[in-house]
Design a protein around this ligand. Structure first.
Ligand SMILES: CC[C@@H](C(=O)O)C(=O)SCCNC(=O)CCNC(=O)[C@H](O)C(C)(C)COP(=O)(O)OP(=O)(O)OC[C@H]1O[C@@H](n2cnc3c(N)ncnc32)[C@H](O)[C@@H]1OP(=O)(O)O
Ligand SMILES: [Co+2]
Length: 134
């Protein structure tokens, strides 16, 4: 089921500062800011060749990462995104195995214009998993 690692996401309190760290201190190429109000975040992507780092900050007053940042005010690892060949069949298989799919369970278009889903961290070794249609 699991394909390549599409991105590792780091939630940050200040996306401009985090972008400067990756661009200026680490010498990485960082994309432009991408506001995604439907996801309640603004993101940038750091392309490191074999995968990406997604830096995300809250957008709006009901961001799903707000509580995470209250608990981790300096920021921290937020989720891991794997690609899957068929996100709907992957969802159905995981549900049948007892995993919790977050939200209404329907794939939504993510930052790469592909359908994404999230799986509850308590079902996956304390790690929030995102699936993205390859
Ligand atoms: C940019 C678009 C897209 C992409 O294309 O890449 C994105 O990545 S959007 C990213 C932002 N969107 C999401 O994260 C959506 C899915 N997330 C959620 O629905 C919620 O964040 C959550 C996972 C349900 C948690 O919500 P929260 O308000 O924090 O609820 P709780 O505080 O009750 O948390 C429950 C439980 O889970 C632990 N938790 C929370 N977040 C994480 C995390 N990122 N990793 C690991 N564990 C997490 C939290 O600590 C609670 O545990 P206990 O305290 O032990 O109960
Ligand atoms: Co993501």
């Amino acid at each position: 089921m699991l394909g390549r690692l599409n991105h590792i996401a780091i939630a940050v309190p200040d996306l401009e500062k985090a972008t400067a760290i990756y661009r200026d201190m680490l010498g990485a190429t960082v994309s432009d800011l991408q506001p995604l109000p439907e996801h309640g975040v603004t993101v940038v992507f750091v392309d490191v060749g074999n995968t990406k780092v997604e830096l995300l900050e809250p957008l709006g007053d009901s961001s799903p990462i707000a509580t995470f940042l209250e608990k981790n005010p300096a920021g921290g690892m937020h989720h891991v995104c794997h690609e899957v060949d068929d996100i709907v069949s992957a969802r159905d298989r995981l549900r049948a195995a007892g995993a919790r799919v977050l939200g209404d369970g329907e794939p939504r278009i993510g930052a790469h214009g592909k359908p994404v889903l999230f799986l509850h961290p308590k079902d996956f070794c304390g790690t929030l998993l995102e699936l993205e249609q390859a």
